[in-house]
Structure formats: C-alpha cells, structure tokens
Design a binder for this molecule. Structure first.
Ligand code: CA
Length: 217
C-alpha cells in the first residue's frame, strides 16, 4: 500500500519509514505542511500518518483542506500526550484515528492496515480466493493450507490487487503501489513481480487483461 508519513522530527520519521517499509508498504515522507499538501494533491494514498506540530503550520490545516476538497483518505494523527484539545479538534476535522507519542511502531502499522482496508471498503481481514487464503492484517498468504512466504514487494503488489479485487489495475497503479517517489522503477518491474506471484500462488490467481492491466478475478 502507498502511505504518506508527515513528520518533522528526523529520527521519528526515519523509524516510522523503516518500520512501514519493512512491511512492504511504499512510503512517502513529508517534513512540513506544504510538502504534505503537495504530495496529497498528486498521489493517491491508502493512509496518511499526520503529525500536528509542523514547522510551517498545523497538520490540522492540512487535514481540513483535504476534507474540504472531498478527500476521504484515512488519516491517523500522531499527537503528543498533552495535545488533548488538538486530538479532539483533529477528530472533529475528520481524522479517523490517533496515536499518542511515543507510540509502538507495531501498533501504528496495525492501525494503518485496518484503516487502509476500511478506506478500500474491505474490512474483512481474511479472504479466500481459489485455493489461496489471505490474512491482510498479518500480511500472510496460504496456498492449499501451506503458508507461502512473499517478499515485501511481492506482498505490496498482491495487496494492491486485493484492495481492488475484481477491478482491473493498470500498470501505473501497480507501479505506484510498489514504489515510493524516490525509488527508480524498472520498466518491467510489474511483470516481474506478477510472474513471481504466479509461481508462488498458482498460475490462475492473477489474470492479465491485455492492454489494460491485471486483475484478481
Ligand atoms: Ca512535530
């Protein structure tokens, strides 16, 4: 899933990016409100983690502007312990959830997964597909009852297809799911990962729609 972390503390941002990327997410980072607003205007995120105290303003203004523009992306606020009034204002402004610093990175990742799923209209964590069972919350897959180990990027691509289940995803959308802004994309990366997923999960799990993209039937 593609995520945006808005956080101006370099250490905290680095540990959040590390933890979320290790789970196979493509994560962009913005260290101020202006960069966050610019990123949100052009990219489609599954979830945003938003710090409220930013060097050029409040994260609340970023959130309010997105909601005013009709953006329904899930937002999780990262707030300080003494920012109770900000937390309330944030929820009133349309935030979906909050965590209180210092938060556990594993818990943050779990909340991100839950909100991103809800944002895609698919709250059920366990899915059954033709011989394949998937636990999206745990990022685990079983084929005929045997667990299949996917790499972070294989999972990122598979998860994007799961989120769009039944809908064809074009190659650029899958590339976006695979990589953050700052990563170079190999021209055939999507084909390579689809091929690896077919080897691991079975040839019929992902269908190619020639000229259109890929779909989980
Ligand atoms: Ca801050």
């Amino acid at each position: 899933m593609r995520l945006l972390v808005v956080e101006d503390s370099p250490d905290l941002a680095a540990s959040m990016l590390h933890a979320l990327r290790a789970q196979g997410h493509a994560v962009d980072h913005a260290a101020d409100a202006a960069t966050a607003s610019a990123a949100l205007a052009v990219a489609d995120y599954a979830c945003v983690i938003l710090d409220l105290g930013l060097p050029d303003g409040s994260g609340l203004d970023v959130l309010r502007a997105r909601r005013k523009a009709g953006d329904r992306t899930p937002f999780i606020l990262a707030t300080a312990r003494d920012q109770i009034s900000d937390r309330i204002a944030g929820l009133d402004a349309g935030a979906d959830d909050y965590v209180v610093k210092p938060f556990d990175l594993g818990e943050l990742a779990a909340r991100v997964r839950a909100h991103a799923r809800r944002g895609q209209g698919a709250p059920a964590a366990r899915l059954q597909l033709d011989g394949i069972e998937v636990d999206r919350a745990m990022a685990k897959v079983w084929r005929d009852g045997v667990e299949v180990h996917l790499t972070a990027r294989e999972w990122a691509l598979f998860d994007a297809l799961l989120g769009a289940r039944g809908r064809v995803l074009a190659k650029p959308a899958l590339e976006e799911a695979l990589y953050a802004f700052d990563t170079t994309i190999e021209g055939n990366a999507v084909e390579v990962y689809v091929s690896r997923l077919r080897t691991k999960l079975g040839p019929g799990v992902i269908e190619t729609r020639r000229g259109l993209g890929y779909v989980l039937p």
